[in-house]
Ligand binder design. Structure first.
Ligand code: ADP
Length: 499
C-alpha cells in the first residue's frame, strides 16, 4: 500500500493527514501553537514553532497509521496564506516573528498608498483590494523595522516567504526557496497576468528582488524532502494556499463551480477558468493553481469573497451573550422558532468584508419587539451567515457571468443542518455537503497525487467526491427577494458607525 501525506499548516494549528487511494483519511495528527498579540491589532507567530509543530505532526501521523516514508508516494502542502516570514539564508533563522495575515500594523501604509492613488494599479495588476491583509506591506515593514534588514536584504542575505516557502525551505534542508501562484497571488507583489513578480509593484513597496522566492507550478515534482526528516526523502508534488486547496479538494475543476468554507469566517471561491476575472463587485481575483497544460490542474484562476464573521458570530452568542453553551446548541435553539420575527443581526464586529468592505461598520441588532427571545436572535445569527454568503454569491455570479447551479460546502459550521437549509433557501440553489470534511488537506493531496500518477486525472477524483447531504431550496422567489432586500436595509444601518 502507498499513500499521500498532506501537510496542512493553519492559523492556529499544524496538521498532517495521510490519505489512501480512495481519497479517505487514514491517519491524522494535529498540534496547536502559540498566537502572539504584542500590541493592539498585531498578530505574530514564531516561524520556528510553526516548523517544529509541523514536522512533529508529520512524524506522528505516520506513526499512528503505522506508515513509513517508503510507503509515501508524495507530499502535498497547504497553508495559511499571506503570513509573512523573513529569514537568514545562511543560518535558516527567522530575523523577526512572522507577521500573521490578521495583523493590522500596516494599515497606515496602505492608506498612504491609497491616498497617493495607487489602489487602481494594485487592483489591476494583482486582482486584490489594497489592504494590510496581504503580504507586501508586511514585508516592507520588516525590511524597515528590523535593524539592518534592508541592507542585508540588498546584499542577498535574507529570504522572504509566505508559510509555504518557509516550510519548503525547512523540508528541503534549505535547498529550495520557492513559492507557487496561489500563495504568490496573495502577496500584492505578483502580477496575475504574467504569472511573475511585478517590477513596478516591487518598486512601489520598495522590495529588493533578491529576497523573493522563485515561482514554480502548484502541481509537479517540485522538491524532495531532506532524508533525515522522515527516514528517507519524499517528493513534494502539490502545493496551494488553504482556500485554493479546498476548492481543488471539492473537485471544483470546471469554470463556474464554487465552494464555501464555513469556519471562523466564510471563504467562497469560484473557479473562473484560465483567465483572471476583473471584479466589478469588490471581490478578489486570485490564482487557484497551476500545473501541466491540458490537464484539469492547468493554470486556473478564482474569484474569492471573504466574510469575516461566520462561525465567529456563533462564538459571540456563546461567549459574549452567553445564550448558548456550545456552538452546536445554536441549531436546536434557532429551530425552536419558525422565523426570526423580522429580527436582523448584522455581525459587523470587525467591520464588513466582501462585498461591502466597510471597516467602520459595527455589529447591529435590529427589529426587536417585546416578543423577541434569544431563539429569534439565534435564528437571526444563522440567517446572517447565510445572507452574507448570499451577498458574495450574487457578486460572484455577476462578476463571472457564470450563474451558480449549486454550492459545495465544508468547514466546522457546515455541520449545522438548519444553517445549510437556510443557506439553500436564501440562495435558491442546492447546497451540497461533501462526505470528506478535510477538503483543504485533501486538495493538497490530490495535487500531489495527480503529479505523481497516484491518481489518473480529474475524472477519477471527481468520481471520488461524494455528497453526504443535499439541501434543496424551499422558499419562493418572492420570499427570497424580500428577505434579501430587508437584509440590505439592515446592512445599511450598520455602516459607518465607528469613527
Ligand atoms: P477554523 O478553521 O476557522 O478554526 P472550523 O472549520 O474549525 O474553523 O469551524 C469552527 C467554527 O464553526 C467556530 O467558529 C464555531 O463557532 C463554528 N461552529 C462549529 N460547530 C457549529 C454548529 N454546529 N453550528 C454553527 N456553528 C458552528
Amino acid at each position: 500500500m502507498d499513500y499521500i501525506l498532506s501537510i496542512d499548516q493553519g492559523t492556529t494549528s499544524s496538521r498532517a493527514v495521510v490519505f489512501d487511494r480512495a481519497g479517505q483519511p487514514v491517519a491524522m495528527a494535529q498540534r496547536e501553537f502559540a498566537q502572539h498579540f504584542p500590541k493592539p491589532g498585531w498578530v505574530e507567530h514564531d516561524a520556528n514553532e510553526i516548523w517544529h509543530t509541523q514536522l512533529a505532526v508529520m512524524q506522528e501521523a505516520l506513526a499512528k497509521g503505522g506508515i513509513t516514508a517508503s510507503q509515501l508516494r508524495a507530499i502535498g502542502l497547504t497553508n495559511q496564506r499571506e503570513t509573512t516570514v523573513l529569514w537568514d539564508r545562511q543560518t535558516g533563522e527567522p530575523v523577526a516573528p512572522a507577521i500573521v495575515w490578521q495583523d493590522r500594523r500596516t494599515v497606515a501604509h496602505c492608506e498612504a498608498l491609497r491616498a497617493a492613488g495607487r489602489a487602481d494599479l494594485v487592483a489591476r495588476k494583482t486582482g486584490l483590494v489594497l489592504d494590510a491583509y496581504f503580504s507586501g506591506t508586511k514585508l516592507a515593514w520588516l525590511l524597515d523595522h528590523v535593524p539592518g534588514a534592508r541592507a542585508r536584504a540588498e546584499r542577498g542575505e535574507l529570504a522572504f516567504g509566505t508559510v509555504d516557502s518557509w516550510l519548503v525551505w525547512k523540508l528541503t534542508g534549505g535547498r529550495v526557496h520557492a513559492t507557487e501562484p496561489s500563495n504568490a497571488s496573495r502577496t500584492m507583489l505578483f502580477n496575475l497576468k504574467t504569472g511573475n513578480w511585478d517590477p513596478q509593484l516591487l518598486s512601489l513597496l520598495n522590495i529588493p528582488a533578491s529576497v523573493l522566492p522563485r515561482i514554480i507550478p502548484s502541481c509537479g515534482v517540485l522538491a524532495e524532502t531532506d532524508a533525515a526528516l522522515l527516514g528517507q526523502s519524499v517528493p513534494i508534488a502539490g502545493w496551494a494556499g488553504d482556500q485554493q486547496a479546498a476548492l481543488f479538494g471539492q473537485a471544483c475543476f470546471a469554470p463556474g463551480m464554487a465552494k464555501n468554507t464555513y469556519g471562523t469566517g466564510c471563504f467562497m471561491l469560484m473557479n473562473t477558468g484560465d483567465q483572471p476575472v476583473v471584479s466589478r463587485h469588490r471581490l478578489l481575483s486570485t490564482a487557484a493553481w497551476q500545473g501541466p497544460e491540458g490537464s484539469e490542474r492547468a493554470r486556473a484562476y478564482a474569484l474569492e469573497g471573504s466574510v469575516f464573521m461566520a462561525g465567529a458570530t456563533v462564538q459571540w452568542l456563546r461567549d459574549g451573550l452567553q445564550i448558548i453553551q456550545s456552538a452546536p446548541e445554536i441549531e436546536a435553539l434557532a429551530a425552536s422558532v419558525p422565523d426570526t420575527g423580522d429580527v436582523f443581526l448584522v455581525p459587523a464586529f470587525a467591520g464588513l468584508g466582501a462585498p461591502d468592505w466597510d471597516g467602520q461598520a459595527r455589529g447591529t441588532l435590529l427589529g426587536m419587539t417585546r416578543g423577541t427571545s434569544r431563539a429569534h436572535i439565534a435564528r437571526a445569527a444563522l440567517e446572517a451567515i447565510a445572507l452574507q454568503t448570499a451577498d458574495v454569491f450574487h457578486a460572484m455570479s455577476a462578476d463571472s457571468g457564470l450563474p451558480l447551479q449549486e454550492l459545495r460546502v465544508d468547514g466546522g459550521a457546515c455541520r449545522n443542518n438548519l444553517l445549510m437549509q437556510i443557506q439553500a433557501d436564501v440562495l435558491g440553489v442546492p447546497v451540497v455537503r461533501s462526505q470528506v470534511t478535510e477538503t483543504t488537506a485533501l486538495g493538497a493531496a490530490y495535487l500531489a497525487g495527480l503529479a505523481t500518477g497516484y491518481w489518473s486525472g480529474a475524472a477519477e477524483i471527481s468520481a471520488q467526491w461524494q455528497e453526504e447531504r443535499r439541501f434543496e431550496p424551499q422558499w419562493t422567489a418572492t420570499q427570497r427577494q424580500d428577505r434579501q432586500a430587508r437584509w440590505r436595509q439592515a446592512v445599511d444601518r450598520s455602516r459607518n458607525w465607528a469613527t
